[in-house]
Ligand binder design. Sequence first.
Ligand SMILES: [Zn+2]
Length: 102
Amino acid sequence: MSTTSHIKCPNCGVFNTNKTHCESCGFLISHQEKETARAKTVQEEELVSAVEKIEKVNFIKKLKRHPFFLVRFFGWILNSVWIVLNIIGAFIAWFVAMVAAG
Ligand SMILES: [Zn+2]
């Protein structure tokens, strides 16, 4: 015979034999099942936060790969503006350095 587990439902008090959910009220009573469900939830939360981080970093890249051309176009504009800002910043840094060197 296989091992039987008698678990008292914490919700309604009914004893259940070899059940993961209470026969009477459907409450999850299996400790193993609870652990599995909890681990799965934690894993999913971690995955979502990791994906969110990546998406923030790759926001412009994502826009550029968007199926809708206007959004892709907007992504290219953002990308160009970002490059131009970097060039202007570099130019100002160079200019200030030149003026300071006088
Ligand atoms: Zn119950």
